[in-house]
Design a protein around this ligand. Structure first.
Ligand SMILES: [Fe+2]
Length: 209
């Protein structure tokens, strides 16, 4: 695991648009521990492993490089689907309360596995970093990552501000999908890192259900 939640990994923020954004508050994100039970975390992990053991390939085949990393909501079994559906609506409520906006609808839900060597650079979920322009899923408004396990090394989640979130079994991090909350994942150095990634939208056109 990493070195705590200090500011020792502060990436340089070069974009004046971000630096001058008066609305941006350093701790303007959600981080809650023990949101999901150990049993549920293990069920999601087991389901991911079962699917891949059976040679799962994403139904949605436009991004084959995700095949070994992602199980889509639509491909999960009915029991897992129900749990994820309930979870997504509890997250919608948490986000609405925190950001004082809504209604917020689930848009995409994935169970993800990050293997040794996997990492992800700084990005906004709906905007490009650092210029803040719309990306190909610009309709996303909020994001929530659920950490399903802790028994791996590396893989810390970090914001461009330098805040680091240690992945802890059952904990969540939630934030708006703009470039103000640009974030990345440090390289996984040992083991598998499992998460449930959820994105939300305020545009009914793109709601998942
Ligand atoms: Fe992201």
């Amino acid at each position: 695991m990493g070195t705590g939640t200090g500011m020792e990994m502060v990436p340089e923020v070069k974009n004046p648009k971000i630096q001058n954004n008066q609305e941006f508050v350093m701790r303007d994100f959600i981080n809650i521990e023990n949101f999901v039970s150990d049993e549920d975390c293990q069920e999601y992990i087991d389901h991911f492993d079962d699917m891949h053991g059976d040679g799962y390939r994403r139904t949605d085949d436009d991004a084959p490089w995700f095949n070994d990393r992602v199980v889509c909501f639509t491909d999960t079994n009915p029991e897992i689907k129900k749990k994820l559906w309930q979870l997504s609506y509890s997250y919608s409520g948490v986000i609405s309360n925190f950001y004082k906006e809504g209604p917020i609808y689930p848009e995409t839900i994935n169970i993800c596995r990050w293997a040794e060597g996997d990492e992800l650079g700084l990005h906004g979920d709906a905007k490009y970093y650092p210029n803040g322009e719309d990306n190909y899923v610009y309709w996303r408004s909020h994001s929530v990552v659920t950490f399903l396990n802790s028994d791996f090394s590396g893989g810390e989640f970090y914001f461009h501000t330098g805040h680091i979130i240690e992945p802890k079994w059952g904990s969540i991090v939630g934030f708006d999908s703009s470039v103000d909350h640009a974030h990345g994942v440090k390289k996984v150095t040992e083991g598998f890192r499992y998460t449930v990634a959820m994105w939300f939208t305020m545009d009914e056109k793109y709601r998942l259900f």
